[in-house]
Design a protein around this ligand. Structure first.
Ligand code: HEM
Length: 132
């Protein structure tokens, strides 16, 4: 990702941050609409799950310039999802769900340039969750 794309993602996330609970809520609404079978996989405290999701997104967004840290975060995501054997279809669903959730929260502020930058950022991290 270039500096401009990174700035774009970080600035739009700064706007979303105050509404991160809503972002997580919308993410799972979209994910379960695309993958109804995924709902049953979440056995723990779902409120905590939403906090962990936004904490992970915040950590990734904050470290887009830092390839090393981003790689470590990617490894953590592989570990926590390893038992699920996620494939490309599922990571693609996650990517689309996050973009859709951002659109729900940001409205027209998620312009095409910002959306494309988010697509690149998510691709960097989500790509690593797929089974190898
Ligand atoms: C944008 C993509 C995603 C991100 C950033 C993400 C992030 C996370 C995080 C941070 C955790 C908590 C890990 C911990 O316990 O420390 C987690 C757990 C989990 N994720 Fe994801 N996830 C993503 C996509 C998916 C997808 C596509 C699925 C499956 C359909 C999925 C299913 C799960 C499940 C089942 C758990 C464990 C929940 C439990 O034990 O109750 N995730 N995820």
């Amino acid at each position: 990702m270039n500096t401009q794309e990174i700035d774009c993602v970080q600035q739009s996330f700064a706007k979303v941050f105050a509404r991160k609970a809503e972002l997580a809520e919308r993410f799972y609404v979209h994910l379960f609409a695309r993958m109804p079978e995924a709902r049953a996989l979440f056995r723990g405290d779902f409120i905590k799950q939403k906090t962990m999701l936004t904490a992970m997104i915040a950590a990734c967004v904050g470290n887009l310039e830092d390839g090393r840290t981003l790689q470590d975060l990617g490894k953590k995501l592989i570990e926590v999802h390893a038992h699920l054997n996620l494939d490309v279809r599922e990571t693609e669903a996650a990517k689309r769900s996050l973009i859709a959730a951002l659109r729900d929260v940001l409205g027209a502020e998620l312009d095409p340039v910002t959306e494309a930058a988010w697509g690149r950022a998510i691709g960097l991290v989500a790509g690593t969750m797929t089974r190898h």
